[in-house]
Design a protein around this ligand. Structure first.
Ligand code: BMA
Length: 932
């Protein structure tokens, strides 16, 4: 049957899935009109009001330009109606017993009308709504979705409650709105400490018209367990069918086919059932011999083979099909007692995949954009996830103040081996426990778990962000705490938990993050006395006042799922949304409105001030220093936590098995905790993450009290290492040769092991005269493996330890005299261009940072230390960039630049030869080298 015969006014596209009819009503044939009808413009579905008004030039500037988050706030203070018209002329379609309009995402409080008759209401942007339109469709149809102002609706609901549900509003520094917790909507859309209030309105996911005789496949859930005795995987496939609401018996054949080995495995089931609430569940089982499939592993631990599982429902009159990709692996969250004889020492908290303990390395994902319609952008999602993998991460936490991500996101995580810690979308707010609210949440949680549960990437579910701590520590509660404790348990324990476990018996559910895990579950209302305990569960740790380059400031918890510090994005990112005057310094009104952390600018300055003198700096240079501080802080803390994997202290703390820093990405151009800015540029932290998360880490640390240097080698579970030599060198800042060099040979280093390879008093590494001047020295460690499969090779990039704050060392440093030896370019098969840039320096150049104007691309390394020759590759999609351009527009910064001076004038433009052998450019102002 050809459903494409259905005519839709204005080119709506018809898609035939199997034989059931699914017609996408999306496109630009929609109109959006303001509540008082003064504005009416073309709209796009999926989309959103800010994007529509911008496209229609009703908003004259980019929504992120300067303070447009405030100027354009009127947009969300009024209601909007989205409408379209479509024709249904196909008699066959109109004769189908089941006809539905399906709304995959309406944001948020809305009433739906078909041909001016009310069809239904929505109150949750995370819920798919299915509305029966049998006998309601006409040849010509008018569909309207009347959406209320989120600000007005949130206020209205808050006034209808019997008791207040705090907090009322976002903190003043956020420039935000009030009562977001009344709405099942992206919680960050009323502002956060890293993002603007852009209270969205719109149809942010697709709208479909579907019709069928019998039923359609909606979700496929899998339960994959390994049976050692049978050497087989037991694959249980649970298919959720949607049928009509009439309870007519569904009779059909359901086939599950798994593409493994030479011949696919297949099982048929007969369906003969009456749907309850329009749904039927069918369970089929397949035994998959272990020899037929390869294991799926997180990034860094092995490959990610995926197998196609196709489900077909054939009823005789029509077919519905759906395919997913699955992976064979087990995942467990281990929370055993550390010492069964000393229960007071707490419990472990780590993941095991295929019985191998995994050190979780990664970050936290905030929404991909504050406008939900842009958060599903596939190329942005791919860029972020590829960057995640490239930084040697194996886990991301999808944080609870954003949105449940698109199918494409989870599919890409499956493909790249990124484990997902999935929060449910509740964050930093108490929530109502009214029957209406809980009913809406039930649909949200069951639809979400059913949609994404089959992805091998998902490791754990968590009920919310920080609400266990916020509730028991009364961050927002002013009176009657018991009432709020009960409501907490009602939502996360009595409502969410059974639904998650019903649809996913294969993974653990944590009520919150941070939490004490099993211990919180045992506590009254699932509220532990101290959800931030070091010996149970996970923690979030922020310390804005100490010098975070001091490893003793690192958390001593089992698993740190948030820790971070702000930095500024690079200048070119700001230039797109600000005037020159806005960017005169980091203390202009523009920055005041972008800095949402109360006191944040002072914190940035004092952070940078731990390591550098802040004099008369340019914004560009201050941003650079802030990125160094951030990168060094997260490096120090992460390395300390990774070293802690091998430590168990008397008080039970230690054995850290997870470091997820806050935060991976940005929603706009602002000072934030991110390692990738809104334009997709890696900040220095992201380049550092690639090294501090590397599977083999050699980490030097100073034991301050004993003035002893310790060097620790960590080998994650990858492969044993053979004949490794670790070289520890001490250098005077002004010397190119090490003062001492200590070689430590190791014959074998087992996989998954931690070794203290060196413990040496500083006095043996530095000259006697250095006793009071350790700031004049630094330590460098490197390692070579002489017999790896591919011949002798450095095991890792060198790691550095500064013995004192850098501002105490600058007087000992010398002008590194950086020169560019040559730049050559090459076209890659991907269509990108790769530039190989060879630099050289006479003395050490610290945190050497390359940038080529605003050209976007990735460096093989950036923010590196170099002495002598150094080669860096730069890959860009921008095909207009030439070697000449690179030579003329490249800036090299390092910390030896004298901040008291203005930005250096640029040297004479050089020849534009593709290769410049040993260029003898003299450097203006010593060390900041700017070409052009
Ligand atoms: C954590 C997060 C976010 C916040 C971040 C930085 O608490 O869960 O709420 O953005 O800190 O303050």
């Amino acid at each position: 049957m050809g459903w494409h015969l259905l005519a839709l006014v204005l080119s709506a596209i018809s898609i035939v899935r199997g034989n059931i009819a699914v017609i996408d009503l999306g496109g630009s044939h929609w109109t959006v009109t303001s509540e008082n009808k003064s504005i009416s413009t073309e709209a796009t579905v999926p989309g959103g009001i800010y994007s529509d008004l911008r496209r229609g030039n009703i908003l004259k500037e980019d929504v992120y330009y300067r303070d447009n988050d405030l100027k354009y706030r009127w947009v969300s203070k009024t209601g909007w109606t989205y409408s379209t018209e479509f024709e249904v002329t196909d008699k066959n379609f109109l004769a189908l017993p089941n006809q539905f309009l399906v709304f995959h995402g309406v944001d948020t409080i809305a009433t739906i009308y078909l041909n001016d008759k009310e069809l239904g209401k929505t109150d949750n942007m995370f819920v798919r709504y299915r509305v029966d339109v049998k006998d309601k469709l006409q040849a010509k149809n008018k569909l309207s979705i009347v959406i209320g102002s989120p600000i007005v609706e949130a206020d209205r609901i808050s006034k209808s409650l019997e008791h207040p549900v705090p907090p009322d509003c976002t903190p003043g520094s956020y420039n935000g709105e009030c009562h977001i917790n009344m709405l099942r909507k992206m919680q960050a859309s009323f502002a956060w400490d890293w993002g603007p209030a852009m209270p969205s309105v719109g149809i942010w996911k697709s709208v479909e018209l579907e019709g069928y005789h019998v039923a359609r496949i909606r979700d496929i859930l899998t339960d994959i367990t390994y049976h050692e005795d049978l050497k087989s995987w037991h694959l249980s496939v649970r298919v959720i069918l949607e049928a009509g609401l009439s309870q007519a018996v569904v009779k059909a054949k359901l086939t599950a086919e798994l593409a493994v080995g030479k011949k696919p495995l297949r099982v048929d089931s007969l369906v003969n059932a009456e749907p309850g609430h329009g749904e039927i569940e069918v369970v089929s089982t397949l035994m998959v011999p272990a020899s037929e499939v390869e294991l799926w592993w997180p990034n860094g631990y092995g490959e990610q083979p995926l197998y196609n599982l196709q489900i077909t429902l054939a009823s005789g009159v029509e077919m519905s099909t759906k395919s997913i990709k699955i992976g064979f692996r087990t995942v467990e969250l281990i929370q055993d007692h550390v010492d069964p004889n000393h229960l007071e020492k707490g419990r472990y908290f780590y993941f095991e995949v295929n019985k191998v303990p995994i050190y979780s390395k990664g970050s936290n994902l905030i929404p991909v954009d504050i406008l939900p319609e842009r958060s599903n952008n596939e190329s942005t999602i791919r860029d972020l996830l590829v960057s995640t993998k490239e930084a040697n991460m194996n886990m991301l936490r999808v944080w609870g103040g954003g949105v449940y991500m698109s199918d494409y996101f989870y599919e890409t995580c499956d493909e790249l081996g990124i484990l997902i810690w999935q929060d449910m979308m509740f964050a930093c707010n108490n929530y109502p426990a009214t029957p209406t609210f809980l009913q809406s949440v039930r649909s949200e949680i069951s639809q979400t778990v059913r949609r994404i549960q089959h992805h091998p990437c998902i490791a754990v579910w968590a009920g919310n962000n920080e609400m266990e701590g916020a509730t028991i520590q009364k961050w927002y509660i002013r009176e009657n705490p018991e009432l709020y404790y009960k409501e907490y348990a009602e939502l996360y324990v009595n409502t969410l938990k059974p639904i998650v476990l019903q649809y996913d018996p294969t993974r653990p559910y944590l009520t919150s993050s941070p939490t004490n895990g099993i211990e919180s579950e045992k506590a009254k209302y699932a509220l532990a006395d101290n959800p931030y305990s070091n010996i149970y569960g996970d923690t979030h740790n922020y310390d804005y006042y100490q010098n975070l380059w001091d490893p003793s400031t690192a958390p001593k918890s089992r698993f740190c799922s948030e820790f971070g510090i702000q930095s500024l994005p690079q200048l070119s990112t700001f230039q797109k949304v600000a005037t020159e005057a806005d960017l005169a310094s980091w203390r202009t009104p523009f920055f005041d409105s972008r800095q949402h952390l109360a006191g944040g600018t002072g914190i940035l300055e004092s952070s940078v001030g731990h390591q550098f003198e802040i004099g008369n700096l340019t914004l560009e240079y201050f941003a650079y220093l802030s990125q160094i501080y951030q990168a060094g802080a997260i490096k120090t803390i992460t390395e300390q936590m990774r070293r802690d994997k091998g430590v168990l202290r008397e008080d039970g703390s230690g054995h850290n098995m997870g470091a997820l820093y806050w935060q991976l990405n940005d929603v706009w151009q602002a000072p934030t905790w991110s390692s990738i800015d809104y334009d997709g540029n890696w900040k220095m932290l992201h380049y550092f993450a690639r090294k501090f998360f590397a599977p083999v880490l050699i980490s030097p640390v100073l034991n301050v009290s004993s003035r002893t240097l310790e060097v620790v080698l960590l080998n994650d579970p990858n492969r044993p290492l053979h004949n490794v030599t670790i070289v520890t060198e001490s250098y005077a800042w002004n010397d190119t040769r090490p003062f001492r060099s200590v070689k430590t040979p190791l014959v074998t280093v087992e996989s998954n092991s931690v070794h203290k390879v060196l413990t040496k008093p500083l006095s043996e590494l530095l000259p006697h005269s250095a006793h009071h001047h350790i700031a004049a020295y630094y330590i460098k460690v490197s390692a070579v493996e002489t017999t790896p499969p591919s011949g002798p090779a450095p095991l890792m990039e060198p790691n550095y330890l500064y013995l004192a704050p850098l501002k105490n060392s600058t007087k000992y440093m010398k002008d590194p005299e950086i020169k560019i030896r040559h730049v050559v370019s090459k076209k890659l098969a991907s269509g990108q261009t790769e530039f190989t840039i060879t630099l050289c320096s006479q003395h050490i150049s610290l945190f050497t940072w390359l940038s080529i104007d605003e050209v976007r691309g990735k460096y093989s390394d950036n923010g590196f230390n170099m002495m002598g020759d150094h080669e860096v590759r730069f890959v860009t999609d921008n095909s207009s960039v030439t070697v000449d351009y690179v030579l003329n527009h490249m800036t090299v910064m390092n910390v030896q630049f004298d901040p008291a001076h203005q930005k250096p004038t640029k040297p004479e433009q050089s020849s534009s030869a593709a290769t410049l052998p040993s260029m003898q450019w003299s450097l203006v102002l010593g060390v900041l080298l700017t070409l052009l």
